[in-house]
Every structure is written in C-alpha cells, then in structure tokens.
Design a protein around this ligand. Structure first.
Ligand SMILES: [Zn+2]
Length: 307
C-alpha cells in the first residue's frame, strides 16, 4: 500500500478534518487500528440476514445467475431440430462444506438486473438477469465475506460477471487459466470483469484440486474450451456424485450426438470429455450441464439445496 492510499484509508475511517490535523489524526487513528486484518473483529452481519447454514456434510445450491437468449445452435455443430431450446441458462453453484464455502462461477453481472435485453447483446447472446447473485446468497444466509473459496470453470464473460465481488475469497485457479486471463493474449474487453482477482489470495495448480482435502469437492481439470477450463465434482451424502460440466458441454445434445464446436475439435476438449465420461462411470455420478435449460428447469433451485 502506498502512503497516499494509507492516508486515504485513514481519512475514510476517521471523521472529516482540516489538512493541518490530518497527520496527527492519522497517527492516533493508526495506533487504535487493528494490527492486521486477522485481528479485526468480524464485520456485523446485516440485520435480517438468515443465519449461516451449519452442515455436517456438503450441501450444493444451484443459483440463477441469468439467461442467454441465443438462436445459433449451428455454432455448436447442431441443428435447430436437434436442440429444442437454444437459449442457455447461466447458473452459479455454491457448496457449503463443514470446512468452508466454495462459490463456483459468478454468472452474468448483477448490474444487468432490470436492464432490457437489447442493451446487452454480446456476440449474438442476449443477456437477461432477474436476480442478483449477492441477493440470492443472502437468501441462503451467506455474504461475500463468508465465502472461503472462489473458483471459476473458466474466464469467459458469462462465468465471471461478478468475480470482482468475491476477490476477498481465496481464488482456486488453474495456472493455464491465469496465464490466459492476464497474459498478452487476454481479451482486453473483458479483463475489467475480473481485474480484482489479480490481487486476490490464490491457490494455483495445474490439474485436479481437492478443495477441502477429503475428496468430496474436487476441481477436475478439463482443458479445451479454454486452456485452464475446469469442471467441479461434488460427492453428496444423499444425492450421490455430481459433476458440474462448466462449458465442457453447452447443450445436452452435444453429449448424446457427440458434437462440439468446430474450433474445439483440435483443442483438449475431446480428451477432457473422454476423461469426464470415464470419471462419471467410475464414481457413478450424474453430469449437470449448466447451460442446458432442461437441466436448470428441473433442478432444485436455491434457496433449496442438494445434500
Ligand atoms: Zn458459458
């Protein structure tokens, strides 16, 4: 932190005063300030917020993070006859585990709520958002400060719309995706959506990552759609194993008809799909395709949950 921002922080904390008193006040204010963030008392929870859920085994929430209105299944090598609904749901997922909380993907930006479709068409995808992620987390009793870990399936704009709001969590990131997001080939038009993650605490890895160390919540490295794409496996006591695909698949018909976007045929996607299909069999797990409106329509939505 530079001295200018230090003074700015102190003036924000202390009452407004004249310039002559600033240094003395800064020193007295600093003397009473906590030595580090770890010593600071937990911020008061907003009034009316439900208590933070306490769990003895993982609990998984499916959160509405928007809808993409889209009508070009040909981009996924499918015909309109093969895809009943070409729109895409955009879910976020929250895992409450006895050892912490993981947010997986952050969806379309909360700033889009209430805005008309025609204002927010990106690459042919019209973005609609009815509920904020932050508000839906509050319905569960979770504030951004309660979230231990943030992970994203990948850094495309429909998955990182609110990433900056969760930069206070520890970011669980594939090295290849960080390189893609902040390297010379990053798409400058979208960096602002996740720029705060550059300064977040990070756990960086190259491959699968066991989030809580007990095998129940695992980030599965599934490169191809992007260089550091990952899917999420959650082992639930009653529901059983679930793999959240990320954009390894978009439409369910891609899986049944063995199709993929042309440009992904020469990437890691074919191998990642084979690996996940083997993993699903081995774990007797189900696959949730987040962008599938059929999946989302039938899912138990937050504040309901799977356990
Ligand atoms: Zn996507």
């Amino acid at each position: 932190m530079n001295s200018k921002s230090f003074v700015a922080k102190l003036t924000a904390r202390c009452a407004p005063v004249g310039r002559a008193l600033l240094l003395a006040l800064a020193l007295s204010c600093a003397a009473g300030a906590p030595a580090s963030a770890a010593d600071a008392p937990a911020p008061p929870r907003p009034p009316g917020l439900a208590p933070l859920p306490k769990v003895s085994s993982p609990r998984l929430y499916v959160i509405d993070c928007g809808t993409l209105v889209y009508n070009r299944p040909e981009d996924y090598t499918l015909t309109r006859e093969e895809v009943a609904d070409t729109n895409m749901s955009v879910p976020c997922f929250l895992v409450i585990h006895p050892r912490g909380i993981l947010l997986f993907d952050t969806g379309l930006s909360d700033r889009l709520v209430g805005r008309p479709l025609y204002e927010n068409v990106d690459g042919g995808y019209g973005q609609i958002k009815f509920n904020t992620l932050r508000g839906q987390l509050a319905d569960i009793g979770v504030t951004p400060g309660d979230i231990t870990y943030l992970a994203i399936s990948h850094s495309h704009w429909d998955h990182v719309g609110n990433a900056n709001d969760y930069a206070g969590s520890t970011w669980l990131a594939q090295k290849a995706e960080i390189d893609f997001m902040f390297g010379p080939n990053a798409d400058r038009a979208y960096v602002a959506l996740y720029a705060a993650l550059a300064h977040a605490r990070k756990e960086v890895f190259d491959g699968d990552h066991d989030v809580f160390g007990d095998g129940t919540v695992i980030l599965k490295f599934t490169p191809g759609h992007t260089a550091g794409h990952q899917s999420l496996y959650v082992k639930l006591a009653n529901t059983g194993g679930v793999v959240i695909s990320g954009d390894l698949y978009h439409y369910a018909a891609e899986r049944t008809l063995h199709r993929m976007p042309k440009e992904e045929e020469s990437t890691g996607t074919p191998r990642s799909r084979e690996m996940i299909e083997r993993f699903l069999k081995e774990k007797n797990a189900q696959l949730w395709i987040g962008h599938s409106t059929t999946f989302f329509r039938n899912a138990i939505k937050s504040p309901g949950w799977y356990d």
